[in-house]
Structures are given as C-alpha cells and as structure tokens.
Design a protein around this ligand. Sequence first.
Ligand SMILES: [Zn+2]
Length: 286
Amino acid sequence: MKRTPENKAPLDGDTLKKIAPVICYPTGTLPAPDMDLYRTLRNNMILEDEVVVPPRDAKTFRVKAGWFFRIVSMDGPQVGDLNLWAQDDLWERFYSGKTRALHGTHLSTGDQMWSSFPFMRPMATITHDTLDWYGFDAYGAGVHDVIGTRCDPYTGKLLSGKEYHYCCHSNLIRALADEAGVPLADAERYVHDVLNVFMCTGFTRDTHQYFMKASPVRPGDFIEFFAEIDLIGGLSTCPGGDCSSEHSSDAAECYPLKVEIYKPDTRRLAEWSSPERSGYSQSHGR
Ligand SMILES: [Zn+2]
C-alpha cells in the first residue's frame, strides 16, 4: 500500500511513467519441455497410488522421475498448498519466486516448477489443467498462483494476536517431519513458498494488495504434473477452504484433496532424460 507521496514528481515525471515496460526474463531461450512427448507418455498411464489429504491437514507423497501426479478436487471446492523437494536432498526445493519471474503470476499447462539455487532446474512440468479455461477475470485474478506464500501462524499471530496451528505452513511442517523422521524445528527449515493449487488470486488495481476470491474448482477438476526428478511432494488442504472469505481459522468449510500417482507409458520414456542441475560454475567472480 502506498502512502500519500511526500515528494513532488520531477518535471519529466509523466514522461518517465510513459516508458513502455520490457519483460525481465524473456523466455525465448528457455529450453521448452517436449509437450508432445509428455502427451504420449500420459496417454496410457496407469494409476499406481493415491493419497487423500484430510481437511486442514497435509500429507507427503513420493513420485519417481518420469511419472505423473495429479491433485484432484474431491467433495467440494478446496485450495491446496504444494511444496516440492528433491528426494535425495531436501535443500533442493521449489523456488516460487524464480518460477514467477520466468512464467508469470499463475501457472498452467506447459509451465515448469523450478528448483532453488544452486540447483535451478525444472522439478515438475504441468501437463494438464482442467481450470485452464479461467484465464484472467475482470479483477485480474487467475488460478494456481505463485504470488502468495502460504498461510502461517506467525502472520496470524501478528495480525490477530491469536495462535492457530492448522495453517498450511504448520500442516506442511508436521507432514514433512513425519516423512523425514525429523523434529518439527528441522522440518520447518525446508518448508517453502508454495504453488497455490486451485486458489483464485490477484493484486488489487488500486493498492496492488494480494487478494483472493472463491475458487472456481469443482469436484473432478485436477491439475497434473510430470515429475522431472525424483520428488517428495507435500500438499496442505488450506484452512481457507475455497478461500472466499478467510483463512488461518476454523471458520471456512473445508474438503479433502486427493493426490493420484501415475506410471507413464514406459515404451517412450527412453526418449526423455531427467534435467541436470544448473551448469553455473558457482565461482561467483572469485
Ligand atoms: Zn493455507
């Protein structure tokens, strides 16, 4: 939110404001995922496992490189907060900020979820999204954002003075602690900013504040990912439910979400190889 300016615009202020923007990270040189191959791989894929995440909770799941997973809406509109970690090193985790810089504020089919430095490689590619029809609405809102962080007990405490333990941040910590067999404090270091699955969000036009509105997701909707490396996923069913009113409380109606894990058509999998970590030398000028 901007306060009333304390400084006068310079004489050429209007001219400066009229300079056209340029894209920070043009993606023309970004290696494009082979979506034709992925379509072939998913054609005959077989459901191998599923995990149901109860309301206001989180679960982890494992997906082998080259396999697919879906997040499926079950009984009612529900938002999910997704974390991704490399199976062999939890420090390699989803980097929502850089993914946003490359692909924009909201993700859909063809976009990739990039990992943190110094790894910086695609962890997953979105291969289907039943909500791709939504695009951007008149408020500038879209679905599946990488602009929010995750609801957490620290911000809740700051704003309301109350303690609430079933925010996505805490849900993901409990789930990862169980998965990795580590104390909560250790697991907390690995929990990171999320992909807000099914959440409908944007920035207000006047103050550019983060807003949410009722998710358009309905039972049967899903978003599907191709695992580019061996993954551990963490999915929290947000206490905000469809995020139409509030989160960080027990007020909203909440529903479970299902994760389905699929084995691909292995005959064509040999045409694909898992991406290498970044080739940057890490010399940083020394
Ligand atoms: Zn949440």
